[in-house]
Design a protein around this ligand. Structure first.
Ligand SMILES: Nc1ncnc2c1ncn2[C@@H]1O[C@H](COP(=O)(O)OP(=O)(O)O)[C@@H](O)[C@H]1O
Ligand SMILES: [Mg+2]
Length: 384
């Protein structure tokens, strides 16, 4: 109550404040009418009524501070003084004692108001302290979790990277053997179908291992001058089957002319692939995924915008952590690998809600030193 009054000071009064004023006015009116309607012979009753006035004065001071207390005392005395003059002017000592009582209304209003103001200030201070304590606590917990995760990851990562490395050779052997089998069984037979399934699954395993190794053992970037348009073009061509399967289209028209970057082209293609693939997978049928770019303060900013459901707020910070996935067949490594690559290029990546309701993944990379624009690059049209 007190807090909302404070917030509303200088603004329109809140509903609660209006209710409180109504209570005060009602109480003063009620007590005053008792005064005016009770026969002066009932001195004891009048003594009680007169002290009842302390109720609204104290409440006014409690609710609205010193100013509220003094104002309620003023309204109370204005309501009471005519009664004193009409009823007690014949009895000067009693009349004087009534005026003393009125002074006491102001004293009560002042003191209770001072206490209420003080308490309100303390409450606000306490709330601020509690909020900053909670923030600090949350940050501490987050950094602790990150630390634990990083620690676990580095141990787990080393072990798993070794294992993944060991698995690669036998998998290559299996792929080779499956290819031989496939070449020897006639097409259309169940054997051909099964070996096809086996090859697809082995392919998936290999892909997972490669991604995992890229994350666990990243190689340092080997930068050279590259045209962003060409990189995007390669990726769009690679993704064509995925684009057709999902019935979406990729619009890169908004990103031309393309700037030159000094990057490791393979690694940046990997990033664009991971981000575009997520955008395609998140898109409903018939949707458009847009690739846009602009240059700002020496940074090339690439936005991949989709019309999907967006990333839930609580997941947004974590999607760049390894193994965070919401997909049944996801690895949770795409964005983690991308973040690692972009960071090793001195850039950054983040995911934000797009104004259209989908997701905008923003990749920032330093522009090539000469800042040249690759306007001569072939235009890339991603429309399937
Ligand atoms: N464009 C997007 N729209 C909605 N969710 C996304 C998008 N990109 C990433 N995500 C979320 O981030 C998670 C992690 O993505 P990623 O690291 O690429 O792993 P994966 O794709 O294997 O799940 C996804 O499972 C998904 O929940
Ligand atoms: Mg992905």
């Amino acid at each position: 109550m007190a807090g909302s009054d404070e917030k509303n000071a200088g603004k329109r009064p809140s509903r609660a404040a209006i209710r409180q004023v109504a209570v005060l006015v009602g109480a003063i009116l009620l007590i005053s009418s008792l005064h005016y309607l009770t026969d002066p012979r009932y001195v004891v009753l009048h003594g009680i009524y007169q002290r009842l006035y302390y109720g609204p004065v104290i409440l006014g001071a409690y609710w609205f501070g010193v100013r509220g207390g003094l104002l309620t005392a003023l309204v109370t005395s204005l309501a009471y003084i005519p009664h004193i003059e009409i009823t007690w002017s014949m009895n000067p000592p009693y009349e004087a004692s009534q005026y003393v009582e009125i002074v006491m209304f102001y004293v009560a209003g002042l003191f209770v108001g001072l206490l209420a103001d003080h308490q309100r200030k303390l409450t606000a201070q306490y709330a601020r302290a509690a909020a900053s304590l909670e923030r600090a606590n949350r940050e501490l917990q987050e950094s602790h979790e990150q630390l634990v995760r990083a620690d676990r990851l580095s141990a787990l990562g080393e072990m798993a990277a070794g294992l993944a490395h060991e698995l690669r050779n036998p998998l290559a052997g299996v792929t080779g053997a499956l290819e031989i089998i496939a070449s020897q069984v006639p097409a259309g037979t169940p054997q051909a179908e099964f070996s096809g399934i086996a090859r697809k699954e082995v392919g998936r395993l290999e892909d997972l291992l490669n991604r995992f190794l890229a994350y666990a053992r990243p190689r340092p970037p080997a930068p050279r001058l590259a045209n962003l348009g060409e990189l995007v073009g390669h990726v769009v061509a690679l993704l064509r089957p995925e684009v057709e399967r999902q019935s979406v289209s990729i619009d890169t028209a908004g990103a031309q002319p393309w700037p030159l970057l000094r990057v490791d082209p393979e690694q940046i293609e990997q990033v664009i692939l991971n981000v575009l693939l997520n955008a395609i997978q998140a898109s409903p049928r018939g949707a458009v995924v847009q690739v846009r770019h602009h240059v700002e303060g020496g940074q090339v900013i690439i936005d991949v915008v989709d019309e999907g459901p967006g990333i839930p707020e609580e997941l947004r910070a974590r999607v760049f952590h390894p193994f965070v996935t919401t997909k049944t067949k996801g690895t949770g490594l795409g964005l983690a690998v991308s973040a690692r690559i972009v960071n090793s290029h001195g850039g950054s990546i983040d995911a934000r809600p797009d104004a259209g309701g989908g997701t905008c993944v923003r990749i920032q990379l330093p522009q090539a030193p000469d800042g040249a624009s690759g306007s001569g690059a072939p235009p890339v049209t991603g429309q399937p």
